[in-house]
Design a protein around this ligand. Structure first.
Ligand code: NDP
Length: 254
């Protein structure tokens, strides 16, 4: 498509799963993509390899986003690499995709302070400070895209920690949209439903059949289902959309 030619994007958590799909799609659309990983360096390298094999551009950055210095460490690498490659250090597109899923199944009474803090640190605090850092130099036409979850619109007590952290992330979208609109920058939430991220659970036909029933289309989502939505929101065509919660769950919330 090429509609992102000349743009620079950072996709957090793009070593695998949905993030990898988003990174590959934005690169295919012409963006130079910073592929971020935390624990899986090989997987991060594989994302970069796939992008380069398709004739597009990407590079790797590393940060543990649950650590206090994570955001700063990420931007130090990012800005150094961008200065070398482009002569400028700003981002046009930030996709806050990395998340601590930690599906512990802990009921509300069983949630420990450590579980609570970990979810909030990775899923809410890091995206907030990544967003502020990116906005410091983001030009007109910039895009912030927060990957949340349909889980914030349902009631599943055993996932309360994860849902609370994603709910907080959605408030980054809600509260910043008006604040940054005068600069011509949009911020939106994209909320997937169950999506095949390559986890072994998706190799079990019985489990997949059960999860499929939750969507209106009787299947689980594919990474490309989400990446295509994000690519649209990142594009100039989505200039009139900001502060939105975009349900990308295949009708799971109906
Ligand atoms: P995966 O579990 O497949 O990948 C998670 C990514 O986040 C990896 O790249 C991982 O890096 C990175 N990451 C995890 N923890 C940290 C951390 N502490 N610091 C930095 N990076 C970290 O995720 P999915 O593809 O399933 O999910 C992507 C997004 O979509 C998430 O925001 C998730 O909440 C959301 N979502 C997913 C759904 C699904 O069914 N898959 C449903 C609804 C929402 P590394 O590989 O280096 O560990």
């Amino acid at each position: 498509m090429g509609n992102l030619r000349g743009k620079v994007a950072l996709v957090t958590g793009s070593s695998r799963g949905i993030g990898r799909g988003i990174a590959c799609r934005l690169a295919r659309d012409g963006a130079l993509v910073a592929v971020h990983y935390s624990a899986n360096e090989q997987a991060g390298k594989e994302t970069v390899r796939q992008i380069e094999a398709a004739g597009a551009d990407a590079f790797l950055v590393h940060a543990e986003l649950g650590a206090p210095e994570g955001v700063s460490a990420l931007f130090t690498q990012l800005e150094a690499e961008l200065l070398t490659r482009t002569g400028a250090a700003h981002l046009d597109i930030l996709v806050n995709n990395a998340a601590h899923a930690g599906f512990t199944g802990a009921m509300p009474e069983e949630v420990t302070p450590e579980m609570f803090d970990r979810h909030i640190a990775v899923n809410a605090k890091a995206p907030f400070y990544l967003t502020l850092r990116a906005l410091a130099s983001m030009p007109t036409g910039g895009r912030i895209i927060n990957i949340s979850s349909g889980m914030t619109r349902t009631s599943l007590p055993s996932q309360i920690c994860y849902a609370m952290s994603k709910g907080a992330m959605e408030q980054i979208t809600q509260q910043l949209a008006l604040h940054i609109a005068p600069r011509g920058i949009t911020i939106n939430t994209v909320a997937p439903g169950v999506t095949n991220n390559g986890d072994p659970v998706f190799d079990d036909p019985a489990t997949v059949a059960e999860m499929s029933q939750w969507s209106a289309f009787n299947r689980v989502g594919e990474v490309s289902d989400i990446a295509d939505v994000v690519a649209f929101v990142a594009s100039e065509d989505a200039r009139w959309i900001t502060g939105s919660y975009i349900d990308a769950s295949g009708g799971t919330l109906l």
